[in-house]
Design a binder for this molecule. Structure first.
Ligand code: NAD
Length: 488
């Protein structure tokens, strides 16, 4: 068992009352680490430290120096990438090769925002008032609470922490209670890089304890939340009541749309990667497959051949293609949805059951004859379960795709560029992939329409979300204005 401590005000420490939570290997169910179960007092201490740090040496550091510190974190992450990948797998059970790829990319996120830190510029609008000069300043919003889930712990945290620090904010990070170890490892790297105490704090614990305390505290200016839609809505209500900024990255039920003129080999590979990679535990999972009538049966056969032959097992083994589901609760939820789909009349063509071995393994599952009204087509399962729905033509595909409470992502497979452009314009989704799926870049904004969230992470928008705009009017004339008339 490894023991971890939280990082508050530059100091590693236990929870104030000494309680702990266990981190568990999803493929055996065995505990491998103990993390502090922080409470409201710990959240309060971290917020206090972050709030004080806004007025400390951090405020006087130049934007370029902030960028240099972030660059250093990127370098340290690159140095420790392999070790961090294993720690992430220990907690979330995703394939080691997947987490290695994520960890190799992670430094790029810090480098990108490091580069933006000193490109945050105000403006000088030509207001046309003689004797006056007007300009805008962009200032950090203040303390940012970063609340993150377990599926891609460090990548999702980086998309919040790096732009917030680049903007000059300070941060309290609350990782998921199921995957906190890697965040505490990264806290050591922030320390090693030389960030002043309190600028970045990591408080571990439960959502309804530490998370709730962060959302309610008036010293927290902005909440950046990634998680389930129900949790996100609850967080948003509390934030709205005190007018805190709140950006939400939530769930999805994304359509992967295959037209008859598509390259079917490429489409089959993209559809499989969209739903079975990471055992479907991806907010952007392509969990609804929309297939054009004329190729429906042939395409389903291709999918079956890949899914039924996929190697399910130990995520540390490089030959494994599909790992376990991350938590016992999630495992139970996936099996529940499989039962619901069967009850609704969907036809299970492969999988549909757990694997007979220790750990939380579900066979890759495909349901055919799904209608878009079924729960299996409307609700997020967050597991390796694909719902296949037929469509007639472009209009029909668009209608079904957009008939969803979610709007995170969509995939379109076609060789007709007209179809590709029209679909990309009309799909209600924050990301549209044409002839690919699951590609991301720190330079491309990511976020959802509708119940999939508000705001965007990554890209230039991510740093703007952490900035206040101040308008300054400066009078350099000697004239005294009429006090009873607004100066327009
Ligand atoms: P979750 O909502 O249960 O938890 C997410 C985080 O929020 C955790 O740190 C949790 O402790 C905290 N939390 C929970 N309730 C809270 C509350 N009331 N107040 C404050 N904090 C609270 O989600 P999860 O099960 O960890 O993650 C899976 C979900 O995340 C899926 O729905 C998935 O689609 C979504 N997700 C979205 C994106 C995206 O970018 N849109 C990315 C990854 C995951």
């Amino acid at each position: 068992m490894r023991d971890y401590q939280m990082f508050i005000n530059g100091v590693f420490r236990d929870a104030s009352d000494g309680r702990t939570l266990e981190s568990v290997h999803p493929w055996t169910g065995d505990a491998w680490a103990r993390i502090p179960r922080g409470d409201r007092a710990d959240a309060d201490a971290a917020i206090g430290a972050a709030h004080a740090a806004l007025r400390g040496p951090w405020r006087d550091l130049s934007a370029s120096a902030r960028g240099a510190l972030l660059r250093k974190v990127g370098d340290l992450l690159a140095r420790d990438a392999e070790r961090l990948a294993e720690i992430e797998v220990n907690d979330n059970g995703k394939l080691l090769i997947e987490m290695q790829a994520q960890m190799r990319y992670l430094p790029e996120v810090y480098y990108y925002f490091a580069g933006l830190a000193d490109k945050v510029e105000g403006s000088v609008p030509p207001i046309g008032r003689p004797g006056h000069f007007a300009y805008t300043r962009l200032e950090p919003v203040g303390v940012v609470a970063a609340i993150t889930p377990w599926n891609s712990p460090l990548m999702l945290a980086a998309s919040k922490i790096a732009p917030a620090l680049a903007a000059g904010c300070t941060v309290v990070h609350k990782p998921s209670e199921h995957s906190s170890a890697s965040a505490l490892e990264v806290a050591r790297l922030f320390d090693e890089a030389g960030f002043p105490p309190g600028v970045i704090n990591v408080v571990t614990g439960l959502g309804n304890e530490v998370g709730d305390a962060l959302v309610r505290d008036p010293r927290v200016a902005r909440i950046s939340f990634t998680g389930g839609t129900d949790s996100g809505k609850a967080v948003n209500q509390i934030a709205a009541a005190r007018l805190a900024r709140c950006d939400l990255e939530l769930g999805g039920k994304s359509p992967n749309i295959v037209f008859a003129d598509a390259d079917l080999d490429a489409a089959a590979s993209g559809v499989v990667s969209g739903i079975f990679a990471a055992s479907g535990q991806s907010c952007l999972a392509g969990s609804r497959l929309l297939v054009q009538d004329s190729i429906h049966d042939a395409f389903l056969d291709r999918l079956l051949a890949i899914a039924a032959g996929a190697v399910v097992g130990d995520p540390m083994d490089s030959t494994t293609q599909i790992g376990p589901v991350t938590t016992e609760a999630q495992f139970a939820k996936v099996l529940d949805y499989i039962a619901i789909a069967k009850g609704e009349g969907a036809r299970c063509v492969t999988g549909g059951e757990r694997l007979d071995r220790p750990g939380w393994f579900v066979r890759p599952t495909i349901f055919a004859d799904v209608t878009n009204a079924m729960r299996i087509a409307r609700e997020e399962v967050f597991g390796p379960v694909l719902s296949v729905i037929r469509f007639r033509d472009e209009q029909d595909a668009l209608r079904i795709a957009n008939d969803s409470n979610f709007g995170l992502a969509a995939g379109v497979w076609t060789s007709d560029m007209g179809t590709a452009f029209r679909m990309s314009e009309r799909l209600q989704a924050g990301t549209v992939w044409i002839n690919n799926y699951r590609m991301l870049s720190v330079m491309m904004p990511f976020g959802g329409y509708k119940d999939s969230g508000t705001g965007r992470e990554n890209g230039l928008e991510a740093i703007r979300a952490n900035l206040e705009t101040k308008s300054v009017f400066l009078n350099h004339s000697a004239a005294v204005a009429n006090p009873f008339v607004m100066k327009l």
